[in-house]
Ligand binder design. Structure first.
Ligand code: AVJ
Length: 327
């Protein structure tokens, strides 16, 4: 409900739409077919993701929120480090619910910092610009709309202070392991000595627990996946028959990969962007990965990207890790 877009499809940025069209066409022309998870988050997708976070089976948000509410002082201490002023840059800030606990604690301690939320979604940043000055009086705020690394570059131009990057919510899990490794290496290149990262990572655990989180009984995760087809219908003049596709989640305990697919329930054709795409019955579209890690794997990922893992914060179940990595 928070991020409802007031833009009609016609008002939407043409470039954005052309990029969306090109990416969808590339994905559906590929073998096997795929769609990019970053496109889940239109206004309806934002709402469905909020609903997922409220589903009883979806544990990651609650686990990380527990860390941020129960271990706020320790987190803040690790971030304040030597006490020098810093920019607190959050990648994919969303509603900033978890970080708000940390921000309030930092303000109470009269810490000298600027909060720089970065999000691909302009309406997320608008929302934060409107609400945060009220919930957190005195907060120095500099929201940026755009791609993570473009905005990290921008943030470095605006200020030369020490940087602390927040990358929460297991968003790193939305990349296969090799891409995640590349992402961390790239992030390191945008940082210097004394900078740090607070990264939230979902850990391997009982496979049934993980699978249930991506297959909630209320069917919200299914709706969340199918919503991308609806979005394509609206924004790219597509004609997906959404009822002819079925959500299929799977978790492989060996690799830690939790993946979701949409399965075509019939031989069918779909038109979009003036092209026709053929689906065989039982053919799948690969939609998303939510990669799970062991603590050891995260330490190795940090080290090979050029970070030192200096702090580990776990929830009481030991299901989720917020790690601090120093340059
Ligand atoms: C926002 C990427 C962390 O992978 O757990 C939740 C997205 N997809 N249920 C996740 C998601 C299906 C979520 N992340």
């Amino acid at each position: 409900k928070n991020f409802e877009s007031t833009l009609t499809p016609q008002m939407q940025d043409n470039n954005t739409n052309q990029q969306f069209c090109a990416d969808v066409m590339a994905g559906l022309a590929a073998t096997p077919k795929y769609l990019e998870a970053k496109y889940f988050y239109d206004a309806a997708g934002d709402e469905l993701f909020q609903e997922i976070m409220n589903a009883p089976e979806y544990y990651p948000t609650n686990c990380e929120l527990e860390i941020f509410t129960q271990q706020t002082a320790a987190l803040a201490q690790a971030i304040i480090a030597d006490g020098s002023p810093f920019d607190l840059i959050e990648l994919g800030a969303g509603d900033a619910m978890k970080s708000t606990h940390l921000l309030r604690h930092l303000l109470d301690k009269q810490t000298d910092f600027t909060y720089v939320p970065i999000d691909i979604s302009g309406h997320v940043i608008n929302y934060l610009n409107e609400t945060l000055p009220q919930t957190l009086p005195g907060l120095q705020l500099e929201g940026l709309t755009g791609e993570y690394f473009d905005m990290l570059k921008r943030a470095a131009q605006i200020s030369t202070r020490r940087k602390v990057v927040l990358f929460l919510g297991s968003n790193i899990g939305n990349m296969p392991v090799s891409d995640a490794q590349g992402f961390c290496t790239e992030m390191r290149k945008h940082l210097s000595e004394g900078d740090s990262v607070l990264i939230g990572i979902d850990l391997k655990k009982n496979p049934k627990t993980i699978l249930a989180a991506y297959n909630d009984a209320g069917g919200v995760t299914s709706q969340f996946n199918l919503n991308l087809l609806t979005r394509i219908n609206h924004e790219l003049q597509g004609n997906f028959n959404v009822s002819q596709f079925e959500h299929y989640p799977m978790y492989d305990p060996e690799t830690g990969a939790c993946k979701s697919y949409l399965i075509s329930l019939a031989d069918q054709q779909v038109q979009l962007c003036d092209e026709t795409f053929v689906f065989k019955k039982d053919e799948y579209i690969y939609m998303e990965i939510s990669q799970k890690y062991t603590v050891t794997q995260t330490n190795e990922m940090a080290a090979s990207a050029g970070f030192k893992p200096v702090n580990h914060f776990f929830d009481s179940k030991g299901w989720f890790l917020d790690a601090i990595w120093m340059v």
